[in-house]
Design a protein around this ligand. Structure first.
Ligand SMILES: *Cc1c(COP(=O)(O)O)cnc(C)c1O
Length: 355
C-alpha cells in the first residue's frame, strides 16, 4: 500500500496536560484516510492533517448508518518504544462487522500498516504517565449520496488517535451497575455482535436513567426474556462463582471483546476453571445472598478490568464481595496491563512492537 503523507503545518500547541486527558477528548495532529469505490476498490491511502471531513448531506451513513468502528490502543514500553495489543483481533472484528453491514472488507495487512503509519507519525502524542495510552479509533463509513436503502457504492475508512488518561487515577474503584428489565441492547438476529454506531445511541437513555439513580453502567439482559445476562455498558462481564469463572457465551447479541478473549485465554493458561455458559440474573442475585458469588468484573479495552461492587435490580441493591476489589480481578488487571506496557512476559505473543 502506498500512503501519501501531507504533514500538518501547525502542530497543536500547547498540548493538554496528561492529568487532564480523560477519554477521547483530544485528538492528534494527523489522520489516516482511504477511499473505496466499486470500480477502483480501496485506493488513495493518505495521511493528512487532522480536520473536518466533507460529506454530502445525503451521505448514506447519516441516514441508514452503514458504519463500523474499532477501539484499540498503543502503549509506551519501558525501552521508550511503542507496542500495540492484539491489533489483529480488532482488524478481524472490523471486517466481520463490515460483512454484517454489507460493507466491503479491508486487507488486514493494509489495515495494520495504516495503524502503524498513523501512530508513528504522531508518536510524540503518546502520553508517558502511568496508565495512559494512545487510543486508536478506526472508523469506516458509507459515503454515497443516496436516500435509497441499499448498500453504498462508496466508502471512507479513516483512523484517528486520541491520547487517553489513566482509567484508574485513584486506584480501582468497584462500580455500581443496574440490571434493566425495561430496555434491551440487542436482539437475536440483529447486530449486537457488531461494533456499529447504531447500537449505542439507543442505550443512552438507559445509561442516563441508571446514572440518575447513582449507578455507573447498565447491565444488559437478553431481549427475549430479560433473564440472561449479556454484557455491561460497553464491556463484557465475568462472574467468579466459587472457584469457577463464568461469562455469557457469544451468541450474536454480545460484542466479542478482545479483552474478554484475553481473560479467557489467561484463565486457561493459569488452569482456572472457565466456562462460557448462559447465566441468569436470578443466579447472580442468589449468589450475592448465599455467598457463592465471589467476584464480578467488566472487561474491555478502556478500563481493562473493572470490578463490580453493587448490582441494582428491580429497585434493590445487591452487594458483591463487600464492595472489595477481588483478588482475581486485580491479578488479571496486573497481568493484562503488564503485557500491554511491556512489564511482563508475553507468553501469548499479543504484544506487537512497532517502534
Ligand atoms: C468494544 C465493546 C466491548 C469490549 O470489547 P474490547 O475489544 O474488549 O474493547 C464490549 N461490549 C461492547 C458493546 C463494546 O462496544
Amino acid at each position: 500500500m502506498n500512503i501519501t503523507v501531507t504533514p500538518a503545518l501547525h502542530r497543536k500547541n500547547p498540548r493538554p496536560p496528561e492529568s487532564d486527558l480523560g477519554f477521547g477528548t483530544y485528538f492528534t495532529d494527523h489522520m489516516f484516510l482511504m477511499d473505496f469505490s466499486r470500480d477502483k476498490g480501496w485506493h488513495h491511502a493518505r495521511i493528512e492533517p487532522y480536520g473536518p471531513l466533507s460529506l454530502d448531506p445525503a451521505a448514506q451513513v447519516l441516514h441508514y448508518n452503514q458504519e463500523v468502528f474499532e477501539g484499540t490502543k498503543a502503549y509506551l514500553q519501558p525501552d521508550g518504544g511503542i507496542a500495540l495489543f492484539r491489533p489483529d483481533k480488532n482488524i478481524e472484528r472490523m471486517n466481520t462487522s463490515a460483512v454484517r453491514l454489507a460493507m466491503p472488507t479491508i486487507e488486514p495487512d493494509d489495515f495494520l500498516e495504516a495503524i502503524k503509519a498513523i501512530v508513528l507519525i504522531d508518536k510524540d502524542w503518546l502520553p508517558i504517565s502511568e496508565g495512559t495510552s494512545l487510543y486508536i479509533r478506526p472508523t469506516f463509513i458509507s459515503t454515497e449520496a443516496s436516500l435509497l436503502v441499499k448498500p453504498s457504492d462508496t466508502y471512507l475508512f479513516y483512523i484517528i488517535l486520541s491520547p487517553v488518561g489513566s482509567y484508574y487515577k485513584e486506584g480501582m474503584n468497584p462500580t455500581r451497575i443496574y440490571a434493566t428489565d425495561e430496555y434491551v441492547r440487542a436482539t437475536r438476529g440483529g447486530a449486537g455482535a457488531v461494533k456499529t454506531s447504531g447500537n449505542y445511541a439507543p442505550t443512552l437513555v438507559a445509561a442516563g436513567e441508571a446514572m440518575s439513580r447513582g449507578y455507573t453502567q447498565v447491565l444488559w439482559l437478553d431481549s427475549a426474556e430479560q433473564k440472561y445476562i449479556e454484557e455491561v455498558g460497553t464491556s463484557n462481564i465475568f462472574f467468579l462463582i466459587e472457584d469457577e469463572l463464568v461469562t455469557p457465551p457469544l451468541g450474536g447479541t454480545i460484542l466479542p471483546g478482545v479483552t474478554r478473549d484475553s481473560v479467557i485465554q489467561i484463565a486457561k493458561h493459569w488452569k482456572l476453571k472457565i466456562v462460557e455458559r448462559p447465566i441468569t440474573i436470578d443466579e447472580v442475585i442468589h449468589g450475592t445472598q448465599n455467598g457463592h458469588l465471589k467476584e464480578v468484573f467488566a472487561a474491555g479495552t478502556a478500563a481493562v478490568i473493572s470490578p463490580v461492587g453493587t448490582i441494582g435490580y428491580r429497585g434493590k441493591d445487591y452487594i458483591v464481595d463487600e464492595v472489595q476489589i477481588g483478588a482475581l480481578s486485580q491479578k488479571l488487571y496486573d497481568e493484562i496491563t503488564g503485557i500491554q506496557y511491556g512489564r511482563r512476559e508475553d507468553p501469548f505473543g499479543w504484544r506487537i512492537k512497532i517502534a
